[in-house]
Design a protein around this ligand. Structure first.
Ligand code: SF4
Length: 341
């Protein structure tokens, strides 16, 4: 498979206000390093999940890939190119190929518009498909791709007349109408009833298979990531701390944070990971811990962890972890487990 999206040394650092006195004396603004030098790629037809707690930088990463954040630094390549940065025309073309689905379909759909207008809006905004008859045919097709059949029954209804699952399908239809290659799906099922979550995830996978879509799937729920992803990247305070194929990250995690996330998921927990308990809250992102950012919460932290930043290193074929004590996996997983030091 070839790479569709490449993220290289992506940083998003926001300035935040301090007290006026402090700003006058220090003459510098405090920075929140929402995303702090991350690297990963997404192949054509691949689903990569970004998993982490709220505040870890997942959504900011998704928006930065779509060029929606002013403060971003680093390189984003799409189909091997970054010419969308050079002018508005190229950026518009890029945005037609790269779409976003938001967490809350109750908020993302304008309650004053009929479903027809909501789904047709990307065509109108981009000046595409002007004849009404063709536009309607496109809307019908997109609604049917999203599983709303017969589409004609939905066209002239309003969002409040639909269930949460149906609303999210409308949001998916609106993202699909421009025939994108890539979708950032930001917690797309977290606001939905448990009973419809699986249906939306199945639809996403079906669309990937039939339309050769690639996804960045953003979630705090590792069990959902495992269901849908080819690869999983675990984020903590703006950094990727582990990345690898979904099976390896879930069944044989190398980073204590990944192990702790698995630990709170009874369906994923293994006997070996039961001893890793996540303590405390996510630290303030404007006052990052020195060394390994995870050290104040890490059950196996040592003195070195307070001073030295652990680099991402390969622990198995295609699996990387940023922990001083993550070992290369060889004959058995037990030997490779973090904590065996
Ligand atoms: Fe824990 Fe140290 Fe590894 Fe960080 S580097 S995850 S603090 S053991």
């Amino acid at each position: 498979m070839s790479k569709l999206v490449e993220v290289k040394d992506l940083k998003v650092h926001f300035g935040v206000r301090q007290s006026l006195m402090k700003e006058l004396f220090t003459k510098e603004k405090k920075k929140v390093k929402a995303v702090d030098g991350i690297n990963f790629s997404i192949d054509r037809g691949e689903i990569v999940s970004l998993v982490g707690e709220s505040g870890s930088g997942k959504t900011t990463t998704g928006k930065a890939i779509l060029q929606l954040i002013e403060e971003q630094e680093g390189d984003i390549l799409f189909d091997g190119k970054d010419d969308f940065k050079k002018n508005k025309k190229q950026l518009k073309a890029f945005r037609q190929q790269a779409q976003m689905i938001f967490q809350d379909p109750y908020q993302s759909l304008n309650p004053k518009y009929m479903i027809y207008d909501i789904v047709a809006e990307p065509l109108v905004v981009n000046g595409l498909v002007k004849p009404e008859k063709e536009r309607k045919a496109k809307v019908v097709e997109a609604l049917e791709w999203a599983g709303l059949r017969p589409a004609e029954e939905y066209l002239y209804r309003y969002p409040h007349e639909l269930s949460g699952g149906q609303k999210q399908r409308v949001a998916i239809a609106s993202a699909l109408i421009l025939n994108p290659k890539f979708i950032v799906a930001d917690e797309p099922v977290s606001m939905l009833d448990v009973s419809v979550r699986a249906d939306i995830l199945k639809l996403m996978v079906k669309l990937r298979d039939e339309m050769d879509l690639s996804y960045l799937f953003i979630t705090h729920d590792l069990s959902l990531a495992w269901l849908i992803s080819d690869r999983i990247a675990i984020m903590y305070l703006g950094k990727i701390v582990e990345i690898g194929d979904a099976e390896s990250v879930v069944k044989s995690p190398s980073h204590p944070y990944s192990q702790a996330l698995i630990n709170v998921m009874p369906s994923l927990r293994s006997k070996r990971s039961e001893r890793k308990i996540l303590k405390g809250e996510l630290p303030d992102a404007s006052d990052m811990p020195k060394g390994c950012r995870f050290h104040p919460r890490c059950p196996i932290a040592e003195e070195k962890c307070k001073h030295e930043i652990p680099p991402l290193k390969e622990v198995a074929d295609g699996q990387y972890a940023a922990c001083h004590f993550a070992e290369k996996k060889e004959e058995t997983d037990d030997k490779a487990a973090v904590g065996s030091h």
